[in-house]
Design a protein around this ligand. Structure first.
Ligand SMILES: Nc1nc2c(ncn2[C@@H]2O[C@H](COP(=O)(O)OP(=O)(O)OP(=O)(O)O)[C@@H](O)[C@H]2O)c(=O)[nH]1
Ligand SMILES: [Mg+2]
Length: 297
C-alpha cells in the first residue's frame, strides 16, 4: 500500500544525441564530477551511475553515450547498445536536447524513447539563448514528435531549474528501498574515474581524431604514506598517434598529466604521483573482443 512518506528509489536514464550536455547535467545534479565532459561529441563511452539521495528519494541517474548513427564501427555499436539497453532497464527517461538546436541526431533518438515509461524532455543550455521567446516555438515543434510527460528548460552550467527537474523526476519514481548508501555518488570505482579523468584531458587537449583512437588503462595503483602512486597507460591505434599525443617536446603529454593529476588529487584528497605511458594496440576500437578486454561493455 502506498504511503505519503514512503521512500522512493529509481533509475533515470539520461539520453540524447552527442554533446547536448548529459554528463554536465548529471554532475550538476549530484554535485560532484563523476562523468567527464568535453566540447567534442561522444565523450562518454560507458554507462555511469550518478547517485543522489535526498528527502526520502534516491535518484540513480544513468549517464549514457551520445546516440548516433552517422559513424559505424565496433565502438559506436557498443555505445549505441549501452543506450538501448539502459532504456530497457530504467524507471524514468530524461531526453536531453539543446535549446534551439534540433537536428537529425535528435530525430534519431525519438524512436528509441519507450512509450510505456515516463519520459521527461530537458531543454539544456538555456543560458546560451539570446531570447527566451525562441524557446516556445522550439518546444512546440518537439512536442509534436513524442508524448513527453513533462518539459524542463534548464542550464546545468548556471544551475538554473535543476530543482524543477528533480521534482518532476521525484513525482515519477517508484516506491522502493535505497540501493546505495546515503552518501554514495557513483557505482564507479575511483580507479575508473581516474582513467576517465585522463581520457577527458586527451579529449580536451589533443587534436580531433586522436581522442577517438585512444583509451586509458590504470596499470598500477599503490597507496603509501606519501600518497597514491598511479601508472596509467594510454592505448592508441597506430604508431603515428604517439608523436601526436606527445606533442612537441612532450608538451601535450605533460599538460595532460598535470591537469589530470590535479583533478585526481582533488577527488582523492591526497598527494598523487602519476606516470603515463603510451602503448600501441592496432585496431583496438574496431574489434569487439579488444573492447571487452579494455573494459567496455
Ligand atoms: N553554456 C552551457 N554549456 C553547457 C551546458 N551544459 C553542457 N555544456 C557544454 O556542452 C559541452 C558538452 O557537454 P557534455 O556534458 O560533455 O555533453 P554530453 O551530452 O555528455 O556529450 P557526449 O558524452 O559526448 O554525448 C561541454 O562543452 C559543456 O561544457 C550548459 O548548461 N550551458
Ligand atoms: Mg557525456
Amino acid at each position: 500500500m502506498s504511503t505519503e512518506n514512503a521512500f522512493k528509489t529509481g533509475f533515470i536514464a539520461v539520453v540524447g544525441r552527442p554533446n547536448v550536455g548529459k554528463s554536465t547535467l548529471i554532475n550538476a545534479l549530484i554535485g560532484s564530477k563523476i562523468s567527464i565532459v568535453s566540447r567534442k561529441a561522444q565523450t562518454t563511452r560507458h554507462r555511469i551511475h550518478g547517485v543522489l539521495t535526498q528527502d526520502n528519494h534516491q535518484y540513480i541517474f544513468v549517464d549514457t553515450p551520445g546516440f548516433q548513427t552517422r559513424h559505424g564501427g565496433a565502438m559506436n555499436r557498443m555505445m549505441n547498445r549501452v543506450v538501448t539497453q539502459t532504456l530497457a532497464d530504467v524507471d524514468v527517461v530524461v531526453h536531453v536536447v539543446e535549446a534551439g538546436k534540433w537536428s537529425e541526431g535528435d530525430e534519431n533518438v525519438v524512436p528509441l524513447l519507450p512509450t510505456s515509461k515516463k519520459c521527461i524532455l530537458v531543454i539544456s543550455k538555456v543560458d546560451l539563448l539570446k531570447s527566451k521567446n525562441d524557446i516556445f516555438e522550439f518546444t512546440t515543434k518537439i512536442l509534436s514528435k513524442f508524448p513527453y510527460d513533462a518539459i524542463v528548460p534548464l542550464s546545468a552550467v548556471k544551475g538554473v531549474q535543476l530543482d524543477i527537474l528533480l521534482k518532476e523526476i521525484a513525482d515519477r519514481l517508484p516506491e522502493g528501498e535505497p540501493m546505495f548508501e546515503e552518501d554514495a555518488m557513483t557505482d564507479r570505482s575511483v580507479r575508473f574515474i581516474t582513467s576517465e579523468l585522463i581520457r577527458e584531458k586527451i579529449f580536451r587537449l589533443v587534436g580531433d581524431e586522436l581522442p577517438y583512437a585512444s583509451t586509458v588503462q590504470i596499470e598500477k595503483w599503490d597507496e603509501t604514506d606519501e600518497g597514491v602512486h598511479i601508472n596509467a597507460c594510454v592505448v592508441v591505434e597506430r604508431e603515428s598517434h604517439k608523436p601526436i599525443l606527445l606533442g612537441a617536446k612532450g608538451m601535450h603529454m605533460k599538460r595532460i598529466a598535470t591537469e589530470a593529476r590535479q583533478d585526481i588529487r582533488e577527488m582523492l584528497d591526497k598527494p598523487v604521483f602519476l606516470e603515463i605511458y603510451i602503448k600501441v594496440r592496432k585496431g583496438w576500437s574496431e574489434k569487439e573482443s579488444a573492447l571487452r578486454d579494455l573494459g567496455y561493455e
